[in-house]
Design a binder for this molecule. Sequence first.
Ligand code: NDP
Length: 322
Amino acid sequence: MRAIVVRESGSAIEEVGEEFLDGDGGIVVDVRFSDLNYKDAMALTGRPGVVRKHPLIAGIDLVGTVAESDDTRFAPGSWIMLNGAGLSETEHGGYATRARIKGDHAVALPEGLSPEQAAALGTAGYTAALAVLRILSENVMPDDGPVLVTGATGGVGSIATQLLANAGYVVYATTGRADQLGDYLRSIGADEVIDRATLAEAGRPLQKATYAAVVDSVGGVTLANAIAQTNRGGVVAACGLAGSHDLPTTVMPFILRGVTLAGIDSVWANLDDRADAWRILARGLDLDKLDAMTQHVDLDGLHAAAEEMMSGQRHGRTLVTI
Ligand code: NDP
């Protein structure tokens, strides 16, 4: 089998025997598609923090057909998908022609999505859906005010923008590339495009209350400012750290405006939350727009795409054909 293997010395495409899949999962998958997420780009470019044991096959997502299964939910021949759940962290991931996985967090291909579309959405899309579900669960509705999406040209941000706009929310989208990608953001539903520099300088603990909710992929000062600009009773879904893992904030927005800071963890989300997230992705997106924002690579092109992602030169989603 062919796989991208991460070793202490770096990562490369290798031919390895099936005994390499030493995991104890009872489902063998012929992997057909994966995708490129920020975490994948970190792993492929040798950044620490994702791959926790070596050697390990990279790829935090996989979509494929079941070859063998000890799980009655997944019959041989059916499509199966796994996002997170330790893939490319402690378990062999999706950048391989075959995988051996556990069924605990796996889901069937959602009705209404093709295997390519489900893979293109991948962890980023399903994380965006978890964030939107969290906003809904806090009863923040479109009439309550605009929603801020940071890192909006990225995977999480692009899908969140589309989902929120299609659900009737007014979306303010931040980007560092308004000149190049402003039209792209408006085409997927952003009502306002904001230069990310306006949120990059440390500000006061409480600022003009503007947003009913926030979907943040950036972290750091951007997240602190977003919290400080959230309306009374609003919710901030903290998804990522594309800018920083820091959070230089104060308790003021929480105790004086009742703002909720909601952490979004896609890796170990339970099956019910996964099912809800995939349901709103299948129903709440314009799939033509998803196809239009999807770029395509194969295993041979992945390292170059990962370098581009880490240097902020990609946008939307990247589908990987295995
Ligand atoms: P992408 O690279 O696709 O998108 C990130 C976007 O953030 C970029 O498009 C860029 O937009 C913006 N950005 C990048 N660097 C900076 C910076 N220094 N300051 C401000 N903005 C910046 O990544 P993903 O959408 O796949 O992931 C986004 C984040 O979410 C990552 O940190 C990832 O690890 C995290 N994540 C977390 C998950 C979870 O379970 N909580 C699951 C999935 C992702 P622009 O150039 O337009 O400004």
